[in-house]
Design a protein around this ligand. Structure first.
Ligand code: DON
Length: 609
């Protein structure tokens, strides 16, 4: 577990827990006293921390971190993908920045079917119709312009990323493993192979990965802003690359044959959007989440809302080492709450449209609906919730998340993705970046599952200009004084939602430590399939008790659900009665992330098993 701690007290160097921790001077302003960054690559953590140390705020640091991820974490960090960011300032309104990909103007769901009226699932994952109009270049720029401190040029924030692309960086064990242990090479186009498989062999740990074209693209972006990507040479290179990429299982792949792809006007008209963060209350905490087109804020909000009305305090058992363990009854309620919320996801959630009126957000989070779901939850599993049949999910694991807190108390929680690992595997020749396969997050037709086994309704059927429904759940928790206390998020498809919810419940209800809460074994329930999946490490007695309540379970000792990146601020009474603030960072041991606190060294990432 990668954990660091900083504490605002007038002492020095005291080991609280984890590999490294430092005590910090008391902050006179009631702010956290030390900024922190946590994400899935130590080089990206360093980029963010160095911006904080140079006087940048959380938005500046998040942008620098994300830009470095686009270089050092090619499976998920990106310019050719999209994502969401929550900006939660110390003072003022939280904002949700939506830089999700958009379906091209030629989008026609019929193009995903063959002549026999069967869905060709590879067409939304590979080939030109897999790729949505990228949102990242507009999104990071928006975050910088609207919420950055104004102390840095974009070029300064991109300097680390540009240097790492130009001079190269040593391939880490996680990247080496993905390049060499899957059928990735066959999926990649020739431009991608030239970078990741020079001379036909996958790069191995310690090799230098140099990405000169990407360095030039970043230079242009830093100099001219997002127009450098959405217009001109790079936009033309994207369209050209897609034009020469074949449509899977099709003889031809042109618009004349009923197919579509991104065109120049789709790129030039892309815009990042601002939305209102979702807000729910849970035991006195304020839970801020991402609204549609993410399902994260609504599903997490419903789950926390449903649970809030149960007698939770009676279903947690004090532990000798502090904190509480959940009873099987409490776990049963978690599972059932997730079943209800994911059924609503499938039925009602999709792109809310430009006027935010296409998803009934208010109704989905209303007290009446949440109470109705709670009342429907009895003592046994209810497998009859909702309308559709069972579909089996596939595994795929690549998105990434960064959490940033600055010393003034502003926070950014940002999740970004190419969708599956390395996205569509189409690298834009000459521009050096991979394109997403986010079109698979649509439901090609009602009831047909995507690669994550998620089904959807007409609300999420692909159409021109629409943004596909997402599970990405950047989340921030504030206390009753309005102070940011947790910044959290994760990659992991629909398991993002259940992982974030479980870590929050462990922190806010079971009062467990951050490191423990992030590392603890997880379960996953997404309505379809009906069974609840368990990582290894659960007490078999808990699983037996759930089976007795009628839960179909699938225990998967080797499974690994999501990769949570979290920062927490603890508030305690100091010796003189003043409030001390302790900043903790935890990067999930399931993957190779790292955390850092201003002024301290960056933690060592875990290695693949
Ligand atoms: O937006 C979504 O929900 C998916 N495209 C996220 C994919 C993901 O998290 C893959 N994983 N690690």
């Amino acid at each position: 577990m990668q954990a660091l701690f900083a504490r605002s007290a007038a002492l020095s160097l005291l080991l609280l827990a984890g590999p490294s921790c430092v005590l910090w001077g008391q902050s006179p302003t009631g702010s956290p006293a030390a900024g922190a960054v946590v994400t899935e690559h130590p080089l990206a953590v360093r980029s963010g921390l160095s911006v904080l140390e140079a006087g940048g705020n959380a938005a500046d640091a998040a942008v620098a971190t994300a830009l470095t991820l686009s270089v050092v974490l090619p499976r998920a960090g990106n310019l050719g993908g999209g994502g969401f960011a929550l900006w939660v300032p110390k003072e003022g309104e939280p904002r949700a920045v939506d830089f999700r990909e958009v379906a091209p103007s030629g989008t026609d769901p019929r193009a995903y079917f063959n002549g026999e009226d069967e869905v060709v699932s590879s067409r939304s994952l590979r080939g030109p119709m897999a790729v949505g109009v990228p949102g990242t270049p507009a999104g990071l720029w928006h975050l910088y312009r609207e919420y950055g401190s104004g102390r840095f040029s974009f070029r300064e924030l991109a300097a680390d990323a540009i240097r790492l692309a130009e001079e190269g960086f040593p391939v880490d064990p996680w990247l080496a493993r993905s390049l060499n242990s899957t059928s990735l090479r066959e999926k990649m186009n020739s431009a991608a192979r030239a970078i990741f498989y020079p001379e036909g062999e996958g790069l191995v740990e310690g090799d230098l990965l140099v990405q000169s074209d990407l360095a030039e693209t970043l230079q242009l972006y830093a100099r001219r802003g997002p127009r450098a990507i959405y217009e001109g040479e790079i936009a033309e290179a994207i369209v050209k690359e897609l034009r020469r990429t074949p449509v899977p299982a099709a003889e031809a792949g042109t618009p004349a044959d009923g197919f579509f792809q991104i065109e120049l006007e789709d790129l030039s008209s892309y815009e990042a959007l601002e939305r209102m963060a979702t807000r729910v209350r849970f035991r006195g905490w304020e839970v801020l989440g991402m609204p549609p087109p993410s399902s994260g804020g609504l599903v997490i909000g419903q789950v926390m809302g449903i649970l809030e009305g149960f007698p939770l305090s009676e279903e947690r058992v004090p532990r000798e080492r502090g904190g509480y363990a959940p009873t099987p009854r409490l776990i049963h309620w978690w599972i059932e709450a997730m079943r209800h919320a994911f059924a609503d996801r499938a039925e009602h959630m999709g792109d809310p449209g430009p006027k935010n009126d296409k998803v009934p957000v208010g109704e989905l989070l209303s007290d009446a609906r949440i109470a109705a779901a709670r009342v429907a939850i009895g003592e046994r599993a209810d497998l009859e919730v909702g309308p559709w049949g069972m579909e089996l999910p596939q595994e795929s694991d690549e998105t990434t998340h960064l959490s940033v807190l600055d010393s003034a108390g502003n926070a950014v929680s940002l999740t970004t993705t190419l969708n599956t690992s390395f996205g569509s595997c189409i690298l834009v020749e000459g521009a050096g970046f991979l394109l997403n396969n986010e079109m698979d997050d649509f439901a090609v037709t009602a009831g047909v599952a995507n690669t994550y086994g998620l089904v959807g309704s007409d609300a999420n059927v692909p159409a021109r200009g629409k943004r596909p429904l997402s599970s990405m759940s950047p989340t921030v928790i504030r206390d009753g004084d309005g102070e940011v206390r947790v910044v959290i998020g994760a990659p992991g498809g629909p398991r993002i939602i259940t992982a974030v919810t479980q870590v929050l419940l462990r922190l806010l209800l079971l009062e467990q430590g951050l490191v423990e809460a992030v590392a603890a074994p997880r379960l996953h329930q997404q309505w379809r399939p009906m069974s609840t999946r368990f990582e290894g490490g659960w007490d078999p007695a808990v699983i037996d008790a759930l089976e007795e309540r009628g839960h179909p379970v699938s225990v998967e000792p080797k499974a690994s659900f999501a990769s949570v990146q979290a920062i927490r601020v603890l508030k305690r009474a100091g010796e003189g009665g003043e409030v001390e603030r302790v900043v903790e960072v935890a990067s999930d041991p399931r993957r190779g992330g790292a955390g850092g606190i201003q002024g301290q060294s960056v933690s060592e990432p875990s290695r693949p098993k």
